[in-house]
Design a protein. Structure first.
Length: 550
Protein backbone atom coordinates (compact mmCIF):
# COMPACT_ATOMS: atom_id res chain seq x y z
CA UNK A 1 0.00 0.00 0.00
CA UNK A 2 1.02 3.64 -0.58
CA UNK A 3 3.72 4.82 1.84
CA UNK A 4 2.11 6.64 4.77
CA UNK A 5 -1.06 4.52 4.73
CA UNK A 6 -2.13 1.78 7.14
CA UNK A 7 -3.19 -1.48 5.45
CA UNK A 8 -5.81 -3.91 6.69
CA UNK A 9 -4.22 -6.90 8.44
CA UNK A 10 -3.81 -9.84 6.00
CA UNK A 11 -6.31 -12.03 7.82
CA UNK A 12 -9.01 -9.35 7.52
CA UNK A 13 -8.20 -8.73 3.85
CA UNK A 14 -8.52 -12.46 3.15
CA UNK A 15 -11.85 -12.59 4.99
CA UNK A 16 -13.28 -9.61 3.07
CA UNK A 17 -12.28 -11.19 -0.24
CA UNK A 18 -13.68 -14.57 0.73
CA UNK A 19 -17.02 -13.02 1.65
CA UNK A 20 -17.20 -11.03 -1.57
CA UNK A 21 -16.88 -7.54 -0.13
CA UNK A 22 -13.60 -6.99 -1.92
CA UNK A 23 -14.00 -7.94 -5.59
CA UNK A 24 -10.48 -6.94 -6.67
CA UNK A 25 -12.17 -4.57 -9.11
CA UNK A 26 -11.09 -0.97 -9.66
CA UNK A 27 -13.56 1.90 -9.58
CA UNK A 28 -13.00 2.42 -13.31
CA UNK A 29 -13.79 -1.25 -13.95
CA UNK A 30 -16.97 -0.83 -11.89
CA UNK A 31 -17.99 1.96 -14.27
CA UNK A 32 -16.91 -0.05 -17.33
CA UNK A 33 -19.34 -2.80 -16.41
CA UNK A 34 -22.17 -0.28 -16.70
CA UNK A 35 -20.74 1.23 -19.89
CA UNK A 36 -20.79 -2.19 -21.56
CA UNK A 37 -24.30 -2.93 -20.35
CA UNK A 38 -26.00 0.44 -20.81
CA UNK A 39 -23.97 2.10 -23.60
CA UNK A 40 -26.14 4.83 -25.11
CA UNK A 41 -28.27 5.30 -21.99
CA UNK A 42 -27.90 8.70 -20.28
CA UNK A 43 -25.38 8.57 -17.44
CA UNK A 44 -25.13 12.28 -16.52
CA UNK A 45 -27.44 15.27 -16.93
CA UNK A 46 -26.27 18.83 -16.30
CA UNK A 47 -28.27 21.82 -17.45
CA UNK A 48 -28.60 21.36 -21.22
CA UNK A 49 -26.07 18.52 -21.45
CA UNK A 50 -27.01 14.83 -21.59
CA UNK A 51 -24.01 12.49 -21.52
CA UNK A 52 -24.36 8.79 -22.27
CA UNK A 53 -22.32 6.05 -20.64
CA UNK A 54 -20.31 5.64 -23.85
CA UNK A 55 -19.71 9.40 -24.14
CA UNK A 56 -18.61 9.58 -20.51
CA UNK A 57 -16.15 6.72 -20.99
CA UNK A 58 -14.74 8.36 -24.14
CA UNK A 59 -14.22 11.68 -22.32
CA UNK A 60 -12.54 9.89 -19.41
CA UNK A 61 -10.11 8.22 -21.82
CA UNK A 62 -9.37 11.52 -23.61
CA UNK A 63 -8.48 13.13 -20.29
CA UNK A 64 -6.43 10.13 -19.17
CA UNK A 65 -4.36 10.27 -22.37
CA UNK A 66 -3.81 14.01 -21.86
CA UNK A 67 -2.64 13.47 -18.29
CA UNK A 68 -0.22 10.75 -19.39
CA UNK A 69 1.17 13.03 -22.10
CA UNK A 70 1.82 15.68 -19.44
CA UNK A 71 3.62 13.25 -17.17
CA UNK A 72 1.07 12.41 -14.47
CA UNK A 73 1.56 8.88 -13.18
CA UNK A 74 0.75 6.57 -10.28
CA UNK A 75 0.89 7.03 -7.33
CA UNK A 76 1.15 10.81 -7.55
CA UNK A 77 -1.38 12.83 -5.59
CA UNK A 78 -3.32 15.77 -7.04
CA UNK A 79 -5.91 18.13 -5.54
CA UNK A 80 -9.29 18.02 -7.28
CA UNK A 81 -11.10 21.28 -6.51
CA UNK A 82 -13.91 21.32 -9.07
CA UNK A 83 -17.56 22.26 -8.44
CA UNK A 84 -20.60 20.18 -9.38
CA UNK A 85 -20.06 19.87 -13.12
CA UNK A 86 -19.64 16.82 -15.40
CA UNK A 87 -15.93 17.61 -15.65
CA UNK A 88 -15.61 16.62 -11.99
CA UNK A 89 -16.83 13.10 -12.78
CA UNK A 90 -14.75 12.69 -15.95
CA UNK A 91 -11.57 14.03 -14.33
CA UNK A 92 -12.09 11.91 -11.23
CA UNK A 93 -12.36 8.70 -13.27
CA UNK A 94 -9.48 9.67 -15.59
CA UNK A 95 -7.18 10.04 -12.59
CA UNK A 96 -8.37 6.73 -11.14
CA UNK A 97 -7.74 5.05 -14.50
CA UNK A 98 -4.07 5.98 -14.21
CA UNK A 99 -3.68 5.29 -10.50
CA UNK A 100 -3.19 9.00 -9.82
CA UNK A 101 -4.78 9.78 -6.45
CA UNK A 102 -7.20 12.74 -6.24
CA UNK A 103 -7.47 14.59 -2.92
CA UNK A 104 -11.08 15.82 -2.96
CA UNK A 105 -11.35 19.46 -1.86
CA UNK A 106 -14.70 21.16 -1.35
CA UNK A 107 -15.64 24.16 -3.52
CA UNK A 108 -15.77 26.39 -0.41
CA UNK A 109 -12.16 25.67 0.55
CA UNK A 110 -9.70 28.50 0.10
CA UNK A 111 -6.00 29.21 0.42
CA UNK A 112 -5.56 28.06 4.02
CA UNK A 113 -7.07 24.63 3.39
CA UNK A 114 -5.72 24.04 -0.13
CA UNK A 115 -2.18 24.93 0.97
CA UNK A 116 -2.49 22.22 3.62
CA UNK A 117 -3.82 19.62 1.17
CA UNK A 118 -1.07 20.28 -1.38
CA UNK A 119 1.69 20.37 1.21
CA UNK A 120 0.60 17.35 3.21
CA UNK A 121 -0.18 15.13 0.23
CA UNK A 122 2.77 16.22 -1.91
CA UNK A 123 0.34 17.02 -4.74
CA UNK A 124 1.86 17.59 -8.18
CA UNK A 125 -1.25 19.00 -9.89
CA UNK A 126 -4.27 21.12 -9.00
CA UNK A 127 -7.64 21.03 -10.80
CA UNK A 128 -9.91 24.08 -10.57
CA UNK A 129 -12.75 25.94 -12.27
CA UNK A 130 -12.09 29.43 -13.61
CA UNK A 131 -14.55 31.71 -11.80
CA UNK A 132 -17.49 30.62 -9.64
CA UNK A 133 -19.77 33.17 -7.94
CA UNK A 134 -17.26 35.99 -8.40
CA UNK A 135 -14.40 33.98 -6.89
CA UNK A 136 -11.44 33.50 -9.25
CA UNK A 137 -9.87 30.13 -8.47
CA UNK A 138 -7.12 30.87 -11.01
CA UNK A 139 -5.74 33.65 -8.81
CA UNK A 140 -5.73 31.28 -5.85
CA UNK A 141 -3.89 28.74 -7.99
CA UNK A 142 -1.27 31.33 -9.02
CA UNK A 143 -0.53 32.04 -5.37
CA UNK A 144 -0.15 28.33 -4.68
CA UNK A 145 1.99 27.82 -7.78
CA UNK A 146 4.40 30.45 -6.45
CA UNK A 147 4.41 28.85 -3.02
CA UNK A 148 4.90 25.27 -4.30
CA UNK A 149 6.86 26.08 -7.46
CA UNK A 150 9.16 23.04 -7.16
CA UNK A 151 6.30 20.62 -6.42
CA UNK A 152 3.10 21.74 -8.15
CA UNK A 153 3.86 21.03 -11.81
CA UNK A 154 0.44 21.63 -13.36
CA UNK A 155 -2.73 23.62 -12.80
CA UNK A 156 -5.68 22.49 -14.92
CA UNK A 157 -8.59 24.89 -15.40
CA UNK A 158 -12.13 23.91 -16.40
CA UNK A 159 -12.45 27.14 -18.34
CA UNK A 160 -10.03 29.74 -19.71
CA UNK A 161 -6.65 29.46 -17.94
CA UNK A 162 -4.27 32.21 -16.93
CA UNK A 163 -0.62 32.29 -17.94
CA UNK A 164 1.21 29.19 -16.73
CA UNK A 165 -2.02 27.18 -16.39
CA UNK A 166 -3.57 24.56 -18.68
CA UNK A 167 -7.09 24.14 -20.05
CA UNK A 168 -8.66 20.93 -18.79
CA UNK A 169 -10.22 20.24 -22.21
CA UNK A 170 -7.78 19.01 -24.85
CA UNK A 171 -7.58 19.63 -28.61
CA UNK A 172 -8.50 15.98 -29.10
CA UNK A 173 -11.82 16.64 -27.39
CA UNK A 174 -12.48 19.64 -29.63
CA UNK A 175 -11.84 17.45 -32.71
CA UNK A 176 -14.05 14.71 -31.23
CA UNK A 177 -11.42 12.11 -32.13
CA UNK A 178 -11.39 8.95 -30.03
CA UNK A 179 -8.57 8.34 -27.59
CA UNK A 180 -7.15 4.91 -26.85
CA UNK A 181 -7.24 4.11 -23.16
CA UNK A 182 -3.84 4.19 -21.48
CA UNK A 183 -2.53 0.69 -20.79
CA UNK A 184 -2.68 1.00 -17.02
CA UNK A 185 -4.50 -0.86 -14.27
CA UNK A 186 -4.06 0.16 -10.64
CA UNK A 187 -3.93 -2.53 -7.98
CA UNK A 188 -7.48 -2.68 -6.52
CA UNK A 189 -5.92 -2.98 -3.06
CA UNK A 190 -4.14 0.35 -3.57
CA UNK A 191 -5.34 3.82 -2.56
CA UNK A 192 -7.77 5.22 -5.17
CA UNK A 193 -8.67 8.60 -3.65
CA UNK A 194 -8.36 10.68 -0.51
CA UNK A 195 -11.34 12.20 1.28
CA UNK A 196 -11.16 14.80 4.02
CA UNK A 197 -11.83 14.17 7.68
CA UNK A 198 -14.20 16.37 9.65
CA UNK A 199 -11.16 18.04 11.16
CA UNK A 200 -11.84 17.75 14.90
CA UNK A 201 -8.34 18.97 15.71
CA UNK A 202 -7.43 21.67 13.25
CA UNK A 203 -7.23 21.23 9.49
CA UNK A 204 -8.71 18.08 7.94
CA UNK A 205 -6.77 14.84 7.86
CA UNK A 206 -6.57 12.86 4.61
CA UNK A 207 -8.62 9.66 4.42
CA UNK A 208 -7.12 7.11 1.99
CA UNK A 209 -9.80 4.95 0.35
CA UNK A 210 -8.81 1.96 -1.78
CA UNK A 211 -10.55 0.72 -4.92
CA UNK A 212 -11.64 -2.44 -3.08
CA UNK A 213 -13.17 -0.72 -0.07
CA UNK A 214 -14.79 2.10 -2.09
CA UNK A 215 -16.39 -0.26 -4.63
CA UNK A 216 -17.79 -2.10 -1.61
CA UNK A 217 -18.94 1.21 -0.09
CA UNK A 218 -20.75 2.18 -3.33
CA UNK A 219 -22.49 -1.10 -3.96
CA UNK A 220 -23.65 -1.78 -0.40
CA UNK A 221 -25.02 1.73 0.15
CA UNK A 222 -26.65 1.78 -3.28
CA UNK A 223 -28.37 -1.51 -2.58
CA UNK A 224 -29.74 -0.30 0.77
CA UNK A 225 -30.97 2.94 -0.87
CA UNK A 226 -32.87 0.90 -3.44
CA UNK A 227 -30.91 2.02 -6.49
CA UNK A 228 -31.32 0.16 -9.78
CA UNK A 229 -31.05 0.83 -13.51
CA UNK A 230 -34.31 2.83 -13.42
CA UNK A 231 -33.05 5.18 -10.72
CA UNK A 232 -32.52 8.89 -11.35
CA UNK A 233 -30.33 10.39 -8.62
CA UNK A 234 -30.26 14.15 -8.03
CA UNK A 235 -26.92 15.46 -6.72
CA UNK A 236 -27.26 18.86 -5.05
CA UNK A 237 -24.51 18.83 -2.40
CA UNK A 238 -20.78 18.95 -3.32
CA UNK A 239 -19.62 15.93 -5.29
CA UNK A 240 -16.38 15.95 -3.30
CA UNK A 241 -18.35 14.88 -0.21
CA UNK A 242 -18.25 11.15 0.45
CA UNK A 243 -22.04 11.33 0.88
CA UNK A 244 -22.83 12.79 -2.56
CA UNK A 245 -19.99 10.97 -4.29
CA UNK A 246 -20.51 7.40 -3.16
CA UNK A 247 -22.73 6.93 -0.09
CA UNK A 248 -24.75 6.18 -2.17
CA UNK A 249 -24.17 9.18 -4.44
CA UNK A 250 -23.24 9.42 -8.08
CA UNK A 251 -20.82 6.48 -8.09
CA UNK A 252 -23.40 4.05 -6.74
CA UNK A 253 -25.96 5.37 -9.24
CA UNK A 254 -23.56 4.69 -12.13
CA UNK A 255 -22.63 1.28 -10.69
CA UNK A 256 -26.32 0.28 -10.80
CA UNK A 257 -26.87 1.70 -14.30
CA UNK A 258 -28.96 4.69 -13.26
CA UNK A 259 -28.84 8.32 -14.32
CA UNK A 260 -27.21 11.03 -12.20
CA UNK A 261 -28.59 14.56 -12.51
CA UNK A 262 -26.24 17.29 -11.30
CA UNK A 263 -28.14 20.31 -9.97
CA UNK A 264 -26.49 23.69 -10.63
CA UNK A 265 -28.00 25.08 -7.41
CA UNK A 266 -29.71 23.97 -4.20
CA UNK A 267 -32.48 26.55 -4.63
CA UNK A 268 -36.05 25.18 -4.62
CA UNK A 269 -36.66 27.12 -7.82
CA UNK A 270 -33.99 24.97 -9.47
CA UNK A 271 -34.37 21.66 -7.64
CA UNK A 272 -38.16 21.25 -7.79
CA UNK A 273 -38.51 21.69 -11.57
CA UNK A 274 -35.57 19.28 -12.02
CA UNK A 275 -37.38 16.60 -10.02
CA UNK A 276 -40.41 16.97 -12.23
CA UNK A 277 -38.61 17.28 -15.59
CA UNK A 278 -36.02 14.51 -15.08
CA UNK A 279 -38.36 12.17 -13.17
CA UNK A 280 -35.96 12.03 -10.23
CA UNK A 281 -36.30 9.02 -7.92
CA UNK A 282 -33.62 9.72 -5.27
CA UNK A 283 -32.24 12.92 -3.72
CA UNK A 284 -29.33 13.15 -1.27
CA UNK A 285 -30.14 16.16 0.92
CA UNK A 286 -29.18 17.69 4.27
CA UNK A 287 -31.18 19.33 7.05
CA UNK A 288 -30.94 22.97 5.83
CA UNK A 289 -32.00 21.95 2.32
CA UNK A 290 -34.89 19.84 3.54
CA UNK A 291 -36.18 22.71 5.70
CA UNK A 292 -35.85 25.15 2.83
CA UNK A 293 -37.57 22.88 0.33
CA UNK A 294 -40.44 22.07 2.67
CA UNK A 295 -41.07 25.77 3.26
CA UNK A 296 -40.89 26.68 -0.42
CA UNK A 297 -42.76 23.82 -2.04
CA UNK A 298 -46.51 23.25 -2.09
CA UNK A 299 -47.80 19.79 -3.06
CA UNK A 300 -49.82 21.05 -6.02
CA UNK A 301 -47.04 23.11 -7.61
CA UNK A 302 -44.92 20.26 -9.04
CA UNK A 303 -45.36 16.65 -10.08
CA UNK A 304 -43.35 14.54 -7.64
CA UNK A 305 -44.85 11.24 -8.76
CA UNK A 306 -41.44 9.80 -9.66
CA UNK A 307 -39.84 10.56 -6.29
CA UNK A 308 -39.19 7.43 -4.22
CA UNK A 309 -36.61 8.43 -1.58
CA UNK A 310 -35.29 11.60 0.00
CA UNK A 311 -32.04 10.73 1.78
CA UNK A 312 -30.87 12.95 4.63
CA UNK A 313 -27.23 13.02 5.69
CA UNK A 314 -24.70 15.15 7.52
CA UNK A 315 -26.82 15.88 10.58
CA UNK A 316 -29.85 14.19 12.13
CA UNK A 317 -33.25 15.16 10.71
CA UNK A 318 -35.87 15.67 13.42
CA UNK A 319 -38.78 13.19 13.45
CA UNK A 320 -41.32 15.94 12.72
CA UNK A 321 -39.41 16.91 9.58
CA UNK A 322 -39.16 13.27 8.49
CA UNK A 323 -42.94 13.05 8.70
CA UNK A 324 -43.34 16.25 6.70
CA UNK A 325 -41.07 14.94 3.94
CA UNK A 326 -43.18 11.81 3.57
CA UNK A 327 -46.45 13.72 3.65
CA UNK A 328 -45.46 16.67 1.48
CA UNK A 329 -43.31 14.92 -1.11
CA UNK A 330 -45.19 11.61 -1.09
CA UNK A 331 -42.03 9.50 -0.78
CA UNK A 332 -39.98 7.59 1.77
CA UNK A 333 -37.39 9.34 3.97
CA UNK A 334 -34.05 7.63 4.59
CA UNK A 335 -31.59 8.72 7.25
CA UNK A 336 -27.91 8.34 6.32
CA UNK A 337 -25.37 8.56 9.16
CA UNK A 338 -21.78 7.81 8.32
CA UNK A 339 -18.16 8.88 8.18
CA UNK A 340 -15.67 9.56 5.43
CA UNK A 341 -13.46 7.09 7.29
CA UNK A 342 -15.88 4.33 6.40
CA UNK A 343 -18.86 3.15 8.44
CA UNK A 344 -22.25 3.94 6.89
CA UNK A 345 -25.57 3.52 8.65
CA UNK A 346 -28.85 3.84 6.77
CA UNK A 347 -32.43 3.30 7.77
CA UNK A 348 -34.02 0.60 5.64
CA UNK A 349 -36.85 1.60 3.34
CA UNK A 350 -39.07 -1.02 4.99
CA UNK A 351 -38.08 -0.26 8.62
CA UNK A 352 -40.91 0.16 11.10
CA UNK A 353 -42.23 3.62 11.98
CA UNK A 354 -40.15 4.01 15.14
CA UNK A 355 -36.87 3.34 13.35
CA UNK A 356 -37.74 5.39 10.27
CA UNK A 357 -38.62 8.46 12.32
CA UNK A 358 -36.10 8.28 15.16
CA UNK A 359 -33.03 6.21 14.36
CA UNK A 360 -29.94 7.07 12.35
CA UNK A 361 -29.96 3.70 10.64
CA UNK A 362 -28.03 0.46 10.91
CA UNK A 363 -24.70 -0.55 9.31
CA UNK A 364 -24.97 -1.41 5.62
CA UNK A 365 -22.80 -4.53 5.98
CA UNK A 366 -23.31 -7.52 8.28
CA UNK A 367 -19.53 -7.45 8.76
CA UNK A 368 -19.48 -3.88 10.03
CA UNK A 369 -18.35 -4.40 13.61
CA UNK A 370 -19.78 -1.71 15.88
CA UNK A 371 -19.44 -1.14 19.60
CA UNK A 372 -20.59 1.54 22.03
CA UNK A 373 -17.91 2.09 24.67
CA UNK A 374 -17.36 4.17 27.80
CA UNK A 375 -14.43 6.49 28.52
CA UNK A 376 -12.27 3.50 29.48
CA UNK A 377 -13.05 1.69 26.23
CA UNK A 378 -15.32 -0.89 27.86
CA UNK A 379 -18.21 -2.05 25.67
CA UNK A 380 -21.62 -0.97 26.93
CA UNK A 381 -24.88 -2.93 26.65
CA UNK A 382 -27.62 -1.89 24.24
CA UNK A 383 -29.50 1.18 25.35
CA UNK A 384 -26.59 2.85 27.17
CA UNK A 385 -24.92 5.90 25.64
CA UNK A 386 -21.23 6.05 24.79
CA UNK A 387 -18.80 6.54 21.94
CA UNK A 388 -19.37 4.61 18.72
CA UNK A 389 -16.33 2.66 17.49
CA UNK A 390 -16.22 0.51 14.37
CA UNK A 391 -14.20 -1.54 11.91
CA UNK A 392 -15.17 -3.38 8.75
CA UNK A 393 -14.58 -4.02 5.04
CA UNK A 394 -14.74 -0.35 4.02
CA UNK A 395 -13.54 1.42 7.20
CA UNK A 396 -9.93 2.59 7.05
CA UNK A 397 -7.24 1.55 9.51
CA UNK A 398 -5.46 4.92 9.59
CA UNK A 399 -5.15 8.42 8.12
CA UNK A 400 -2.50 9.35 5.57
CA UNK A 401 0.86 10.28 7.12
CA UNK A 402 -0.66 10.88 10.55
CA UNK A 403 0.85 8.50 13.15
CA UNK A 404 -0.07 10.68 16.13
CA UNK A 405 -3.65 11.16 14.96
CA UNK A 406 -3.91 7.44 14.25
CA UNK A 407 -2.80 6.56 17.76
CA UNK A 408 -5.65 8.69 19.11
CA UNK A 409 -8.30 7.78 16.53
CA UNK A 410 -7.85 4.00 16.30
CA UNK A 411 -7.75 1.29 18.95
CA UNK A 412 -4.92 -1.23 19.04
CA UNK A 413 -7.19 -3.83 17.44
CA UNK A 414 -8.19 -1.55 14.58
CA UNK A 415 -11.49 0.00 15.66
CA UNK A 416 -12.04 3.59 14.52
CA UNK A 417 -13.13 5.95 17.29
CA UNK A 418 -15.83 8.02 15.59
CA UNK A 419 -16.20 10.62 18.35
CA UNK A 420 -19.99 10.26 18.06
CA UNK A 421 -21.99 9.66 21.22
CA UNK A 422 -24.79 7.20 20.47
CA UNK A 423 -26.92 4.47 21.91
CA UNK A 424 -27.45 1.20 20.08
CA UNK A 425 -30.49 -1.05 19.87
CA UNK A 426 -30.18 -4.24 17.81
CA UNK A 427 -27.53 -2.61 15.57
CA UNK A 428 -29.67 0.44 14.95
CA UNK A 429 -27.89 3.66 15.92
CA UNK A 430 -29.47 6.59 17.75
CA UNK A 431 -27.15 9.61 17.67
CA UNK A 432 -26.86 11.88 20.71
CA UNK A 433 -24.06 14.33 19.80
CA UNK A 434 -20.31 14.70 19.43
CA UNK A 435 -17.68 13.70 21.95
CA UNK A 436 -15.29 16.44 20.84
CA UNK A 437 -15.82 20.05 19.92
CA UNK A 438 -16.80 19.69 16.31
CA UNK A 439 -19.51 22.07 15.14
CA UNK A 440 -21.91 20.47 12.66
CA UNK A 441 -23.36 23.28 10.55
CA UNK A 442 -25.90 21.49 8.39
CA UNK A 443 -23.48 18.67 7.65
CA UNK A 444 -20.41 20.89 7.20
CA UNK A 445 -18.00 20.13 10.02
CA UNK A 446 -16.14 23.04 11.66
CA UNK A 447 -13.15 22.49 13.93
CA UNK A 448 -13.38 24.83 16.92
CA UNK A 449 -9.62 24.52 17.39
CA UNK A 450 -8.83 25.60 13.84
CA UNK A 451 -10.97 28.75 14.09
CA UNK A 452 -9.69 29.56 17.58
CA UNK A 453 -6.08 29.39 16.38
CA UNK A 454 -6.86 31.90 13.65
CA UNK A 455 -8.79 34.30 15.90
CA UNK A 456 -5.94 34.29 18.42
CA UNK A 457 -3.76 35.91 15.77
CA UNK A 458 -5.90 39.08 15.90
CA UNK A 459 -3.99 41.83 17.72
CA UNK A 460 -7.03 42.76 19.84
CA UNK A 461 -7.75 39.22 21.10
CA UNK A 462 -6.39 37.88 24.36
CA UNK A 463 -8.27 34.56 24.39
CA UNK A 464 -11.10 32.85 22.52
CA UNK A 465 -13.34 29.80 22.73
CA UNK A 466 -15.55 28.76 19.83
CA UNK A 467 -18.59 26.60 20.63
CA UNK A 468 -21.71 25.35 18.91
CA UNK A 469 -24.95 27.24 19.39
CA UNK A 470 -28.29 25.65 18.45
CA UNK A 471 -29.98 26.67 15.21
CA UNK A 472 -33.42 25.58 13.93
CA UNK A 473 -32.25 25.28 10.30
CA UNK A 474 -28.58 24.24 10.37
CA UNK A 475 -28.69 22.35 13.65
CA UNK A 476 -25.62 24.18 14.89
CA UNK A 477 -23.72 27.38 14.15
CA UNK A 478 -20.44 28.67 15.55
CA UNK A 479 -20.36 31.24 18.34
CA UNK A 480 -17.06 32.87 19.32
CA UNK A 481 -16.56 33.86 22.98
CA UNK A 482 -13.71 36.37 23.03
CA UNK A 483 -11.73 38.03 25.81
CA UNK A 484 -10.25 41.22 24.28
CA UNK A 485 -6.91 42.57 25.36
CA UNK A 486 -7.02 45.19 28.11
CA UNK A 487 -8.44 48.49 26.92
CA UNK A 488 -9.55 47.09 23.55
CA UNK A 489 -13.03 46.88 22.07
CA UNK A 490 -13.77 44.15 19.56
CA UNK A 491 -16.72 43.99 17.16
CA UNK A 492 -18.28 41.21 15.11
CA UNK A 493 -17.36 42.85 11.78
CA UNK A 494 -13.71 42.98 12.84
CA UNK A 495 -13.83 39.28 13.62
CA UNK A 496 -15.33 38.20 10.30
CA UNK A 497 -13.25 40.59 8.21
CA UNK A 498 -10.08 39.30 9.85
CA UNK A 499 -11.01 35.64 9.26
CA UNK A 500 -11.94 36.28 5.64
CA UNK A 501 -8.49 37.76 5.12
CA UNK A 502 -7.09 34.40 6.32
CA UNK A 503 -8.83 32.89 3.26
CA UNK A 504 -10.82 30.19 5.04
CA UNK A 505 -14.06 28.65 3.83
CA UNK A 506 -16.99 30.95 4.61
CA UNK A 507 -19.04 28.21 6.26
CA UNK A 508 -16.43 28.17 9.05
CA UNK A 509 -17.04 31.78 10.08
CA UNK A 510 -18.49 32.31 13.59
CA UNK A 511 -22.00 33.70 13.28
CA UNK A 512 -22.15 35.35 16.68
CA UNK A 513 -19.65 37.11 18.94
CA UNK A 514 -19.89 37.23 22.72
CA UNK A 515 -17.47 39.35 24.75
CA UNK A 516 -16.31 38.12 28.17
CA UNK A 517 -13.76 39.28 30.71
CA UNK A 518 -13.00 35.71 31.82
CA UNK A 519 -13.89 32.11 30.94
CA UNK A 520 -15.41 29.54 33.28
CA UNK A 521 -12.59 27.14 34.19
CA UNK A 522 -12.35 23.64 35.57
CA UNK A 523 -10.13 22.90 38.60
CA UNK A 524 -7.47 21.82 36.11
CA UNK A 525 -7.65 25.21 34.40
CA UNK A 526 -9.48 24.05 31.26
CA UNK A 527 -12.21 26.17 29.72
CA UNK A 528 -15.63 24.72 30.51
CA UNK A 529 -17.05 24.67 27.00
CA UNK A 530 -20.25 23.07 28.20
CA UNK A 531 -21.00 26.12 30.36
CA UNK A 532 -20.40 28.43 27.40
CA UNK A 533 -22.76 26.36 25.26
CA UNK A 534 -25.37 26.62 28.02
CA UNK A 535 -24.83 30.38 28.23
CA UNK A 536 -25.47 30.95 24.53
CA UNK A 537 -28.44 28.58 24.50
CA UNK A 538 -30.04 30.54 27.35
CA UNK A 539 -29.33 33.86 25.63
CA UNK A 540 -30.89 32.68 22.39
CA UNK A 541 -33.95 31.39 24.24
CA UNK A 542 -34.36 34.68 26.11
CA UNK A 543 -34.08 36.62 22.86
CA UNK A 544 -36.71 34.44 21.19
CA UNK A 545 -39.08 34.81 24.13
CA UNK A 546 -38.63 38.59 24.12
CA UNK A 547 -39.29 38.76 20.39
CA UNK A 548 -42.47 36.67 20.76
CA UNK A 549 -43.73 38.90 23.58
CA UNK A 550 -43.38 42.08 21.53
Amino acid sequence: MLEGCVPWPPEFAAQYRQKGYWEDTTLREMLDQSVRRYGDKTALVFQGRRISYLQLAAEIDRLAVRFVELGLQAPERVVLHLPNIPEFVATFFALLTLGVIPVLALPAHRHNEIRHFIGHSGATAYFIPAIVRDFDYRILAQQLQAEFQHQLRHVFVAGPPLKGQLPLASERRARKTPAPRPNTRPDPAEVALMLLSGGTTGLPKLIPRTHNDYVCNCKLSGRVAGLDDESVFLAVLPLAHNYTLASPGILATLAFGGTAVIAPSTSPDVVMPLIERERVTHIAAAVPLVVNWLQACTPDKYDFGSLRVVINGGARLAPALRRRVREQFGCQIQEDFGTGEGLLNLTRLDDDEELLLNSSGAPISPDDEIKVVDEAGRELPDGESGELICRGPYTIRGYYRAPEANAAAFTEDGFYRTGDVVRKLNRHIFTLGRKKDLINRGGEKISAEEIENLILQHPKVDNVCVVAMPDPVYGERACAFVIPKTGQTFHFAELTDFLLRQEIAKFKLPERLEILDRFPLSPAGKILRRELRTTIEQKLMAERNKAMAQ
